[in-house]
Design a binder for this molecule. Structure first.
Ligand code: FES
Length: 58
């Protein structure tokens, strides 16, 4: 997996979210509010899921 900043700033660790059981807890500053609301991608270096499962494309 590509990464650089590990602080949620660069977006290199961004992955596509296929499915989520729970709520994505976006802790990055890279994604826009619209991208966050779509719940189709996340920056995995800092973001988490509050729930039981998330399926991603790597
Ligand atoms: S490594 Fe930069 S946002 Fe995740």
């Amino acid at each position: 997996m590509l990464y650089d900043c590990l602080r949620g700033e660069c977006g290199l660790c961004r992955v596509r979210v296929r499915a989520v059981e729970g709520v994505l807890d976006h802790r990055d500053v890279f994604l826009s509010e619209r991208q966050r609301a779509a719940t189709t991608e996340m920056c995995v270096c800092v973001s988490r899921v509050a729930g039981t499962r998330v399926e991603i494309d790597c």
